[in-house]
Design a binder for this molecule. Sequence first.
Ligand SMILES: [Zn+2]
Length: 140
Amino acid sequence: MAGQERTVAQLALAALFGPRKDAAEPDAVSVAAPAGPELPAPVPLMRFLTVGHAVVEVHTHRFTTRYTCQGRPYADPANPREVEGFRWKCGGCGATGETDGSSGPRFDYGRYLPEERDQVRADANAHATVCRAMAPTALG
Ligand SMILES: [Zn+2]
């Protein structure tokens, strides 16, 4: 019995301090990580600092639109197309192109067409210029 107890204690120590098992596990984790449910945070296309030091971020956004390649106001309801457009959001007050953008994107759920890159930059920058909301604290 005493021999079995020692063996259990040795196994526990080996599990805690054994270098071979620890060395093998990180490889398995790093290989499995990209397939896991947690995806890396998307990288913003542009960032603007507000007066209150919050950040307004512009991201690419894929959506289906009925506007043609000519852009607003040319629409073809019979032929919707999928585009890689943009949207922005203020990290301080939560404003978006839907609440504080130019008239076209504002009435299109805050979505900007690929041809409206200058417009999304101007709207996000204009909001950052006047927004006085502060960045949320780490405590929430
Ligand atoms: Zn804001």
